[in-house]
Design a protein. Structure first.
Length: 245
């Protein structure tokens, strides 16, 4: 029996494992190596050590970290605050289809935040970092791009990458329900902040390949070496392993 993909941890709404997908050469992505999440500063101190988490990659802006705080520290935790540069989302006058608008924002992130994205991928590629939690605020955009690239680099199909990304829509609905209950006067964020259409991820990956020749080509542009890519595939992929209990 496979592990659960999503974890119902108190305080977060989008904490899940990216393992289990088919990758290169008939191998599969190992469970409990990379988790993705929304703001883990709300998770109690006992939860992440129970999952064996060694590294937290925080992709939020410095002001977001200052405003909300960071993950609670515990012995053995390596906290990495890596901020990929990218502009604020501006919705005024938006007349694009939702998936086009989101894909364009991801392209901006990939282009302007290349150094930060490359740094995050290097941490994920290091087997000593695992298990890793990658997070931002909602766990769908910055986290979605880094996790999509990670999965693509180990050979997961675009359909599976996009389906994994699209799971964040249900998480956003859980967050919206919590927000309405806990802060009834708060404004629910607009659709681009709450939706994760699979078509947006398909567009982003296709256009990144058009620009860089391949996802590997983008990763090298972001600073990853052949050794980094080999290490990523070596420790995230395994052939015929049974899911861990």
């Amino acid at each position: 029996m496979e592990p659960e993909r999503s974890y119902p941890l108190d305080g977060v709404f989008n904490f899940r494992d990216i393992g289990g997908y088919a990758g290169l050469d008939g191998r599969t992505v190992r469970w409990r190596r990379v988790f993705r999440s929304d703001s883990v500063h709300r998770v109690s101190v006992a939860k992440l050590p129970a999952l064996g988490v060694r590294t937290v990659i925080d992709l939020r802006r410095p002001r977001e970290v200052e405003r909300d705080g960071r993950v609670v520290d515990y012995p053995g935790l390596d906290y990495r605050h890596i901020h990929p540069e990218h502009p604020e989302w501006r919705l005024a006058g938006q007349d694009e289809a939702l998936e086009r608008f989101i894909a364009d924002r991801y392209r901006e992130l990939a282009e302007l935040g290349t150094t930060g994205i490359g740094a995050a991928l290097k941490v994920i590629a290091d087997p000593a970092s695992a298990p890793v939690v990658v997070h931002c605020v909602a766990g769908k955009d910055r986290t979605g791009v880094v996790c999509a690239l990670t999965l693509s680099l180990v050979g997961v199909s675009d359909d599976d990458v996009a389906a994994d990304y699209a799971l964040s829509t249900a998480a956003s609905e859980r967050f919206s329900a919590w927000l309405r209950e806990s802060l009834p006067s708060a404004e629910v964020p607009p659709a681009p902040f709450m939706s994760s259409p699979a078509a947006a991820m398909h567009l982003f990956l296709a256009e990144l390949r058009d620009q860089h020749g391949s996802i590997d080509g983008y990763a090298r542009h972001a600073g990853l070496t052949d050794d980094d890519l080999a290490a990523l595939r070596s420790h995230l992929l395994t052939e015929g392993e049974r899911p861990e209990a």
